[in-house]
Write a protein that binds this ligand. Structure first.
Ligand code: HEM
Length: 517
């Protein structure tokens, strides 16, 4: 029997071996060959990657800068990469952005279901990460624009912003007493966080929620959303994230966040009918009872998902904007002096602080902020997109489910859009924009896109600019600023979805002397 079976066994082993080799070769070939090449794209460059990881290693420690360098090296306003197993289109100039989005805004309007975002948003029940095809995103986005972040609602929170701007001035004055340098990065983050918590949860800023340290929990949420999850690029290796402890951290954070939101929502339900103004939780609870929204907006998790949006999208973006603007101002004392002169002249030297009613007169300040967001967009690769259907760009077919990175930072440095001195910090280049109080020009342009582009662009522009302008105006009005002796303020960046300075901005400051005092 044995002698009869042996040749069959050998043959079987050989066949299995050959089949295994074929499957492996086909698999590696699939990984090595870009899907775009198969889809006939002679014109779009695809920088060569490595087996399995593709071009992931080329992202470096500061991905938007590495991608800009890669695009420049290949003279590729549009390039096609493979990040792990994910086909990815990278857009790096204003013209390319127009060519991609003008005809394909709908096709480009998806978001990839990233691992951490999916968990934190209760399975994509929010505005930032939810898929655009379903009724939920449309309803939630409509609610954001018309209720949560509308111009009247934002105006209604003026007292909160002015109160927190005054608290920031007091905190800076106290930390700088006796000539000590101030950690402005930390002060700005605390202020921005407080504004959002008061606006979202009410006057107590969430402090009523007893033992839960909401600031620390939300901070961890932000870190997890910016962390690199292997599963987002090579799903079959997702188990590595568990070994790295990321799953455990994510679960802990999710449950802490959830417990916090449950308490906040219960507190709001218990005090319903009280007449002390609506915060965002009140608005969301009201919408959930509204027949116009009931069919799509119908469970508590959606309220929690949208609250998370407000925090992740609104807190450190505003803080980073002021942080980078102050960085550039201290590096350019002439521009700092000009902006200060404008603020002090427009507000009046006898006043304590800048009020929101003063802001429309501060034209140069708005140019400075615009320039800062051109050179340092706080979300340099926007929030990742994903094509929801195939589309054609420059004659090349881009398949559905291609990830899309818009390099807002590279676009802000594009010499075709900004001239040969694009790298120079020069607020005057925005002089020709007449209506700086209107947020529309942000979204009309393809050359300045810190708030994104098309139908998924940021609905919080109004909210964000009112916070940023007020905080910056007060810092310039109330204090003189300079780097500590012998220190050159650097431009090193910390990575994450939102990009802050790597080293905190520590400055020496002196309180402005009021006339006659
Ligand atoms: C300076 C501050 C801010 C910057 C630079 C910023 C930037 C961005 C960017 C780049 C996007 C992605 C756009 C795209 O994919 O095209 C975005 C989306 C979003 N932002 Fe902002 N943002 C800021 C402030 C805010 C604030 C204060 C809020 C709300 C309180 C907010 C809420 C949102 C939401 C809900 C989305 C998702 C929109 C969607 O996917 O439909 N943002 N933001």
């Amino acid at each position: 029997m044995e002698t009869l079976h042996q040749p069959h066994d050998e043959l079987f082993a050989r066949v299995v071996l050959v089949l295994f080799a074929i499957v492996t070769i086909l698999y590696l070939k699939r990984l090595l060959v870009s899907p775009f090449r198969r889809a006939s794209s002679p014109s779009l460059p695809c920088p060569r990657g490595l087996p399995v990881i593709g071009n992931l290693h080329q992202l470096g420690t500061v991905p938007h800068d590495s991608l800009a360098a890669l695009a420049a090296k290949h003279a590729a306003p549009l390039m096609l990469l493979r990040l792990g197993s994910v086909p990815t289109l990278v857009v790096s100039t204003a013209d390319a952005l127009r060519a991609v989005f003008q005809p394909n805004d709908r096709a480009m309007s998806g978001r990839p279901a990233l691992y951490a975002a999916t968990r934190i948003t209760y399975g994509l029940q929010d505005v930032v990460f939810s898929p655009p095809e379903g009724a939920f995103w449309r309803a939630a986005r409509r609610a954001s624009l018309s209720e949560l972040l509308s111009a009247p609602r934002v105006r209604g929170f003026r007292d909160v912003r002015e109160g927190e701007a005054a608290a920031l001035v007091a905190a800076v004055a106290s930390s700088s007493a006796g000539g000590s340098p101030v950690n402005l990065s930390a002060e700005l983050m605390a202020t921005s966080n407080k504004v959002l918590r008061r606006v979202a949860f009410g006057d107590g800023g969430g402090e009523e929620e007893g033992s839960i340290d909401a600031g620390a929990v939300l901070d961890e949420t932000q870190k997890l959303l910016g962390a690199f999850f292997v599963a987002d690029y090579m799903p079959w290796l997702g188990w590595l994230d568990a070994l790295r402890g990321l799953h455990g951290r994510l679960e802990r954070n999710f449950h802490e966040l959830d417990a916090f939101y449950e308490k906040v929502i219960d507190r709001h339900l218990n005090r319903r009918g009280a007449s002390d103004g609506e915060d965002l939780v009140d608005v969301l609870l009201r919408l959930h009872g509204d027949p116009a929204y009931r069919s799509t907006f119908n469970n508590r998790n959606q309220i929690k998902g949208i609250l998370t949006d407000m925090f992740i999208a609104g807190t450190d973006t505003a803080a980073a904007t002021v942080e980078w603007t102050m960085t550039e101002l201290v590096r350019h004392p002439d521009i700092l002096a000009k902006a200060q002169k404008e603020v002090r002249g427009a507000v009046g030297g006898d006043k304590d602080m800048v009020r929101e009613s003063d802001l429309p007169r501060l034209k140069y300040l708005k140019q400075v902020i615009r320039e800062s967001m051109r050179v340092h967009p706080p979300v340099p690769l926007l929030v990742p997109r994903e094509t929801i259907e195939p589309c054609t760009v420059y004659g090349c077919e881009i398949p559905a489910r291609t990830r899309v990175f818009v390099n807002a930072k590279a676009i802000g440095q594009d010499p075709d859009a900004w001239g040969p001195d694009a790298a120079r910090f020069a607020p005057e280049r925005h002089e020709e924009i007449t209506d700086l109080s209107d947020h529309k020009p942000w979204h009309d342009s393809f050359s300045l896109v810190p708030f994104g582009v098309g139908r998924r662009s940021c609905p919080g522009v109004h909210f964000a600019t009112s916070v940023v302008e007020l905080l910056l105006a007060n810092l310039l009005f109330c204090f003189d600023w300079r780097a500590p002796h012998g220190v050159v303020v650097d431009l090193e960046q910390e990575t994450g979805l939102t990009v802050h300075r790597k080293n905190p901005l520590v400055l020496v400051t002196e309180r402005r002397r009021r006339p006659g005092k």
